[in-house]
Design a binder for this molecule. Structure first.
Ligand SMILES: [Zn+2]
Length: 69
């Protein structure tokens, strides 16, 4: 049995700037870049960490949402 651990929730963002699909956003005209967003969640039941990886296309429109800036 492990002691009670701190609940933690964080998001790690990795930007792969070298990968460009060449798709331009029709809204801002920027080339959209694939960004890998890794989020970790702790299961309240088992206490195990779960990692979810999502790839999103980032441009000026959702920069703030993706990077939390
Ligand atoms: Zn855009």
């Amino acid at each position: 049995m492990q002691g009670k651990k701190k609940e933690r929730s964080f998001v790690t963002k990795v930007m792969k700037a070298t990968m460009e699909f060449g798709k331009r956003c029709p809204v801002c005209g920027e080339v959209m870049k694939p960004v890998q967003v890794i989020s970790s969640q702790r299961s309240p039941r088992s206490g195990a960490w779960r990692f979810n990886t999502t790839t999103v296309m980032a441009c000026k429109c959702n920069n703030k949402e993706v990077f939390g800036a």
